[in-house]
Design a protein around this ligand. Structure first.
Ligand code: SF4
Ligand code: SF4
Length: 64
């Protein structure tokens, strides 16, 4: 499983990119995307998904 970013809601603040322990988030093709092959849902590292925790927009970092 992985998380995804709802591009239509993302304000491109960039906060999530630096919080991801798996380095799974990058700015690509003019939007922030989560690489599903890298996203671990923060399992074993953080109790809450860091991207969803820091994102200022509700329901923008969600389960894919
Ligand atoms: S759930 Fe965790 S590992 Fe996955 S993109 Fe968000 S911060 Fe990165
Ligand atoms: S923290 Fe939320 S609004 Fe900011 S870039 Fe990431 S997904 Fe977009």
């Amino acid at each position: 499983m992985a998380f995804k970013i709802v591009a239509s809601q993302c304000t491109q603040c960039g906060a999530c990119e630096f919080e991801c322990p798996s380095d799974a988030i990058e700015f690509k093709g003019e939007k922030y995307v989560i690489d599903p092959n890298k996203c671990t849902e923060c399992e074993g590292v953080f109790e809450l998904q860091q991207c969803a925790s820091v994102c200022p927009v509700p329901k923008t970092c969600v389960p894919a």
